[in-house]
Write a protein that binds this ligand. Structure first.
Ligand code: 9D3
Length: 248
């Protein structure tokens, strides 16, 4: 898969994309990522990329010509052109899954008050937002999309992390995790985790995963597919039972 990022501030995305899982995926050739400076596509001695809005009002708008030139220069057959914009469709794990199946995604980062509407209408296939809060531009959103998509590409993660994905794919929150020491200050690790009884540990983890989901994200339980025992546990939570009453 290839991801092109078009931005006025390439420095804000370059470093993060060289680190950790995304950086390793690039080295391994799992994903090809290129960052392009929008200013390089602006003409004239001053390479102007933004102008005040027609009709007045505050702020600056990204001009259409540099955006069109940049998109045109990087676009290949089968590319999806995505504008990161606060008014876009909400980016979710499901959207990440859709994008991970495409051969080429072009992420266009807006800045200032936004981009000329003709770019949106004629050159952009879809707009995405990462949530309801105000950022200064689309760069951080492009990083979020790039990281979430890259993790889904075959070969991006080791085996250990692939297993972790399974529990998230079930649509539940994770159970709590502990590591050494067995007692930190006067806070012990739950004894079941030290028992060596793998079936009991697995059952405890499923129970805690459900409990945490019931407490924090009950909305996720609407769509989660639960075993009969798990459904019984949820019914018990709804009757006021705590997890400690439900397991040996
Ligand atoms: C000051 C102008 N704002 C009026 C409330 C509109 C506005 C325009 C551009 C607000 C933020 C931005 C810059 N943000 C993005 O480009 C952006 C974004 C975001 O702010 N939140 C969540 N997802 C995204 S994706 C791109």
């Amino acid at each position: 898969m290839r991801i092109d990022i078009i931005t006025l501030f390439p420095g804000t995305v370059d470093a993060p994309l060289g680190e950790s899982i995304v950086g390793r995926a690039r080295q391994r050739g799992v994903v090809e990522i290129a960052v392009h400076n929008l200013r390089d596509f602006a003409e004239g001695r001053h390479q102007v990329t933004d102008e005040p809005p027609f009709g007045g009002g505050g702020g600056m708008i990204l001009k259409p010509e540099p955006l069109a030139a940049a998109i045109g220069a990087v676009r290949r057959a089968g590319a999806r052109v995505i504008l990161l914009d606060p008014a876009g469709r909400r980016f979710t794990q499901a959207v990440a899954g859709e994008l991970a199946r495409l051969p080429h995604v072009i992420l266009v980062c807006g800045r200032y008050e936004g981009v000329d509407e003709r770019v949106r209408q004629h050159l952009v296939d879809e707009e995405l937002s990462i949530g309801d809060y105000v950022l200064s531009g689309g760069e951080v959103a492009a990083l979020v999309v790039t990281e979430a998509v890259t993790r889904l590409l075959p070969g991006a993660l080791g085996d250990e992390a692939a297993a972790e994905r399974d529990s998230f794919a079930r649509g539940l929150l994770e159970h709590p995790h502990y590591t050494r020491p067995e007692i930190f200050r006067d806070w012990p690790v739950p004894p079941v985790l030290l028992s060596g009884d793998h079936a009991r540990i697995a059952r405890w983890r499923r129970l805690m995963s459900l409990w945490r989901t019931w407490q924090r994200r009950p909305d996720l339980l609407e769509t989660a597919d639960l075993s009969p025992e798990e459904q019984k546990w949820v019914d018990a939570f709804n009757q006021g039972q705590a997890p400690s009453n439900l397991i040996a």
